[in-house]
Every structure is written in C-alpha cells, then in structure tokens.
Design a protein around this ligand. Structure first.
Ligand SMILES: NC(=O)c1ccc[n+]([C@@H]2O[C@H](COP(=O)([O-])OP(=O)(O)OC[C@H]3O[C@@H](n4cnc5c(N)ncnc54)[C@H](OP(=O)(O)O)[C@@H]3O)[C@@H](O)[C@H]2O)c1
Length: 285
C-alpha cells in the first residue's frame, strides 16, 4: 500500500507520518506548498504522479474563529479542496480516509453523538468540514470518515495555549459548559493507520476516553505541569468567542468498537504523556 498523507506539517500529520514510517508503509507527505488543496490542477497532478492506493487526509483549515471572517477561504480548503481530492481518489480507485470533527454536530443534550445522528454545524468551520464529508461520501466508494475532537500534538492547541498564558497570568477565564474529549495525536495516528489498512469502510468516532470541559482540561494541565495558575470557570456566553461551538461534543465510540478497532486511552492518561513530550521532547510552546 502506498499512501498520500495530506497535512504533513500539522499536529496529526506529524504523528501519522511517524506511524507510517514505523510500519514501513511507503508514503508521500504533502503540505500546502506541494499540494494546495484549493488548486484542483495541483491536487490532480500530485495524485497522477504518485498514484497512491490510499489517501490519509489530515489537512484542513483549522482556525475556527478566524473562519467566521473568511468563510470562502475555509470552504475552499475544507469543502472544495476535499472534493478535488475525493474526485482524484475516485478516478484512481484509491481508498480515502477523511479526518472530520465533533463540530459537525449542533451540541444539544448530553448524550454522546452516534455516527448516525443528524449533523447540524454551528459555525463556518463545522459547515466546511461537513461539506468535505459529503463529497467523500458521494464520490469515493471505499471511504472512511473519522470524526475526532480537541486534538493535542506537535503544533498549536488549547493545552499549549494554557501553558503559555500561565507564564504571564495568575488567573485564566476558561469555558466550563462545553464538554468533549481531548485526543492525543500520538494515540489517534496508529488507530487511523489501522483503519486505513482495513476494508471496514464507513463513519467512525475516535477520541480519547472520558469527557471533560475546557476548564477541567486547563486545571488538569496545570496540576500535572505543576503550574499554580487559577482557572476561573465561565460560560460560553461570558467568554464570547467569535465562533459558536457545540456545548455537547461527546462522541460515542460504539461504531469503532463494533468494527473491532481498539479504544484510545483515557484523556487524563494521555495528557500526562503529552505533557512529558512537551517538557522533554523539544516541542516548543
Ligand atoms: N485541532 C483540533 O482540535 C481538531 C479537532 C477535530 C478535528 N480536527 C481535524 O483533524 C485534522 C488535523 O488537524 P490538526 O490540528 O492536525 O491540523 P493543523 O495542525 O492545523 O494542520 C493543518 C494542516 O493542513 C494543511 N493545510 C492547510 N491549508 C491547506 C491547503 N490549502 N492545502 C493543503 N494543505 C493545507 C497545513 O499545511 P501548511 O503547513 O502548508 O499550511 C497543515 O499541514 C483536520 O482535518 C481537522 O479538521 C482537528
């Protein structure tokens, strides 16, 4: 199997590349420099040149708040860009694994979302990721859609933002009414490669076990990292971010288990491992 990996320079792409390497699976990792998803002819050319058997699509426009101010750009990358890639995979007969998000859901209630639940994104980013899902479903017969949440890895993410802010603030206001699952990219990447190597096509939810709020994640981060910054718990409305976000981001992993794939570790366990990586692995804040 030859794999084309998009988003090679991103948090998840970094760990996906490490996992493909570890399994001796030949792959070509690309960033927006080698293959800009918004340029259909470039996507087509890379696919025609490399002729992958499978595509692991980790690239995305991920700036959730900024997307509200540049919706066309966000849609061009996540919606149209994924469509270009899906069309190319269909032409080659390649499998496609598309990484999607909890933000395709509206976040009502408290029950974990099943893969069959109706979607209803609240923000531009979520709508663009859902448009990507739709293209994948429509165009590629052998596809996987894997929705994940709250990633932490090598790159910018909430945990690193908290550690950075704690260097200059004694108290931080953090949202306490959005509940989800932090997911370590080094846990998710091997699972994605397992899924990609299988023929168990379909939609899956894959995230760290257990649930918490952003405020609880911040508190646990400070506890484990030995920082004494205080967390002031605020509501979504009090915080007032540019983009709306689902309050319930809980994802049910039932379809993953039913297909025989392993669960990811509990988010607290993974956070501890992740923080050791940040501290000792030369991963800058
Ligand atoms: N971050 C989260 O908390 C989260 C939660 C749920 C789902 N997800 C999904 O998980 C996947 C990985 O997220 P991540 O946090 O690892 O992303 P990330 O660190 O923000 O990296 C984004 C990657 O996408 C690439 N990219 C951006 N625009 C592109 C374009 N026009 N053409 C080609 N490549 C482009 C970037 O390449 P350049 O370096 O060249 O810009 C980079 O490699 C995404 O599909 C995201 O939607 C993320």
């Amino acid at each position: 199997m030859r794999v084309l990996l998009t988003g090679y320079s991103g948090q998840l792409g970094h760990d996906a590349a490490a996992e493909l390497t570890r399994r001796h699976i030949p792959f070509l990792g690309v960033t927006s420099r080698e293959m800009d998803l918004t340029r259909a002819e470039q996507v087509e050319a890379v696919l025609a040149d490399y002729r992958p058997d499978a595509v692991l699509h980790c690239a995305a426009y991920t700036a959730v708040d900024r997307a509200e101010d540049e919706p066309e750009r966000c849609m061009a990358v996540n919606g149209d860009g994924t469509r270009h890639l899906a069309r190319g995979c269909a032409a080659l007969g390649a499998k496609l694994l598309y990484v999607s998000t909890d933000y395709v859901f509206p976040g009502d209630g408290t029950a974990p979302y099943e893969v069959t639940d109706p979607t209803g994104p609240l923000n531009v980013y979520g709508r663009s990721k859902l448009a990507g899902e739709d293209s994948v479903r429509e165009l590629v017969e052998r596809h996987f859609i894997v929705r994940t949440s709250w990633l932490m890895g090598r790159g910018n993410n909430f945990v690193k933002t908290m550690l950075r802010l704690a260097e200059s603030h004694r108290e931080l206001r953090v949202v306490d009414d959005q509940i989800g699952s932090p997911t370590f990219t080094a846990d998710l990447a091997p699972l994605l490669v397992d899924i990609l190597q299988s023929d168990r096509y379909g939609v899956y939810h894959a995230a760290g076990e257990g649930f918490c709020s952003w405020a609880e994640l911040a508190e646990e981060t400070f506890r484990l990292a030995g920082r004494d910054a205080a967390v002031r718990r605020v509501t979504t409305e009090e915080y007032g971010a540019r983009a709306l976000r689902p309050k319930n981001s809980r994802l049910s992993k039932a379809s993953l288990r039913a297909a025989g794939f392993p669960s990811l570790p509990h988010w607290q366990e993974s956070l501890a491992v992740y923080l050791r990586q940040v501290r000792h692995g030369g991963d800058s804040l």
